[in-house]
Design a protein around this ligand. Structure first.
Ligand SMILES: NC(=O)c1ccc[n+]([C@@H]2O[C@H](COP(=O)([O-])OP(=O)(O)OC[C@H]3O[C@@H](n4cnc5c(N)ncnc54)[C@H](OP(=O)(O)O)[C@@H]3O)[C@@H](O)[C@H]2O)c1
Length: 290
């Protein structure tokens, strides 16, 4: 396949490029500043490029900053997918739109299946839900792939932040009543490419098996990166002020992809592999703190 990876320089985009190359597909990166998906002309650019498939991994991903920039967020996360989908439809290409667990309300105790109704809360979540809907309205060969707590090589993510904070502070306080699915970029990228190869449209949840609280995720990061000595205190989400409070239990179930034989390994196994690549512990010594 000839594939365009929009947002190909991002955390997920890089993993997608690696998987596509490994599976013998030819892929090109479209990213800022050369390609800006908020511009309607990007649809014509897709038509001119005539790809077999396009993956949109570009997004406004700063969830808290989205609250004070809802228009810019909407332009990237909702209008962008619309223009890309229009271009794909005009040349009969498949499109894979990457979306988020945050499109769901995340009610405590609930688990979300692929066709459950969306109920987004904040500006980022609303823009991602609108992006799904806009792409679905424009492109018949659309795959929506929802993922959750993404981590992978080259990214700034929860594990890198936990390791850095552990070295800086020597002790951590981490939320234990927010649950989600840790999602390893190389694993979900492989699943996305597999879906394109199969060519079945629809909604899919491509997260690693199992769920975690932020607290258990952090403990696994510390254990896997040689920082098990760092004490972690569990706290409630209500104690941690954020501009965009996240859904507390937007836990995804992979039912549709599993029916096609696509499952991802347990997140603990993926994290073990990744955590071993994090920088070795480098605690800030008393009196040296910056
Ligand atoms: N990270 C998570 O935990 C998470 C969780 C659930 C879902 N997701 C979804 O997963 C996807 C990938 O996330 P990620 O963490 O890999 O994101 P990322 O590392 O922030 O990469 C996104 C890429 O999109 C580019 N981009 C932003 N605005 C653009 C525009 N107007 N036109 C073209 N490119 C633009 C960015 O360029 P600049 O860097 O120059 O802005 C960046 O290279 C997104 O759809 C995100 O919503 C992520």
């Amino acid at each position: 396949m000839n594939v365009i990876v929009v947002g190909g320089l991002g955390q997920l985009g890089r993993a997608l490029m690696a998987v596509l190359a490994a599976r013998g597909h030819s892929a090109v990166v479209w990213d800022m500043p050369e390609v800006n998906i908020t511009l309607p002309a990007v649809a014509d650019a897709v038509v001119a490029a005539r790809p077999d498939a396009l993956i949109n991994a570009a997004a406004w991903t700063n969830v808290d900053a989205a609250e004070s920039n809802p228009q810019s967020t909407y332009a990237v996360n909702a209008l962008g997918p619309r223009w890309l989908a229009e271009g794909c439809e005009r040349v009969g290409a498949q499109m894979l739109q990457v979306s988020s667990n945050e499109v769901f309300a995340g009610q405590p105790g609930r688990f979300y299946f692929e066709n459950d109704p969306m109920q987004p809360g904040g500006a980022y979540a609303r823009s991602k839900a609108a992006g799904e809907a806009a792409a679905a309205a424009a492109c018949r060969r659309l795959i929506v792939a929802r993922i959750a707590w993404l981590f992978g090589p080259g990214g700034v993510n929860f594990p890198t932040k936990i390791a850095e904070a552990a070295d800086k502070h020597g002790a951590l306080r981490v939320i234990d009543d927010e649950y989600g699915n840790p999602t390893y970029a190389p694993d979900t990228a492989a699943a996305m490419v597999r879906l394109l190869e199969i060519g079945r449209a629809g909604n899919f949840h491509l997260v690693n098996e199992g769920m975690a609280s932020r607290y258990t995720f952090a403990q696994a990061v510390l254990a896997g990166s040689g920082r098990a000595y760092v004490p972690v205190t569990p706290i409630a989400a209500a104690e941690y002020q954020r501009a965009a409070p996240p859904p507390l239990h937007a836990v995804l179930v992979n039912q549709a992809a599993a029916a096609l034989g696509i499952t991802l390994r347990p997140w603990q196994d993926a994290l073990r592999e990744y955590a071993a690549t994090l920088p070795a512990p480098n605690p800030v010594l008393p009196g040296n703190a910056s």
